[in-house]
Design a protein around this ligand. Sequence first.
Ligand code: G3P
Ligand code: CA
Length: 269
Amino acid sequence: MWQPTPDVVAHRGASAHRAEHTRGAYELALEQGADALECDIRVSRDGHLVCVHDRRIDRTSSSRGVVSELTLAGMSDVDFDSWHRELPDTADELVRRTRPVPERGVLTLDELLALVHDHPRQVQLFVETKHPVRYGGLVEHKLVALLARYGLAEPSDPENSPVVMMSFSQAAVRRFRAAAPLVPTVLLFDRFRDSWRNGVLPPWADIAGPGIRLLREDPGFVDRAAALGRDTYCWTVDEPADVDLCRRSGVRYLATNSPGSTRSHLADS
Ligand code: G3P
Ligand code: CA
């Protein structure tokens, strides 16, 4: 039976093979044919949106500190690339990893938008806002302003918007929706509320964003959400059995750390 193939979203870039959120990770994801890229954003002390997952830069860089207490210049001098020491599993990958890395400093959202904008293929960008409580509103406000600079804050075809906003925070998604009503939103969650389990999502959330654990327990969720007009974005899907589960249940977007092998698996099965 034919089933639609989910779009492959490169989670933090091709982050199984290159350090997450680096230009190298995103370039590799594009080379591997990812349909879309995912990134997390935080705001620096001097007001720049940077692509960093954690509150601190300790895990993913050669330095230490809290993103919101560091300046962009400070984070640009730090090495965000070399900490990722996973051994390459193929000769081809070895070549990739030994070629010069153009930049090791922190990647800004501005730079990532430019990379996507200049790419010859149409690629979507899923932007997840972090730290919504302490900096409530600031990240979403800056995101909308940056999207406006790229002409992306009011997409003419929202169904195919180049950018999609995401958050675990309902307040953040609601705020963003109020400021940029045409840009699609994903409400991320790792546990069901009763109404969500039935596919009933708030009106300001266009796409349902459950973790893969929830779909393993309840794959029928995707159909229930679809019946009420919601596509599903599922994260983070690296095991072949989970990729198959997503396809079988009708997931529209699948976020993975290995876009190359996930695409191959979808093509071969
Ligand atoms: O793509 C959504 C997923 O990234 C959410 O979890 O912790 O990796 O940001 P996290
Ligand atoms: Ca994320």
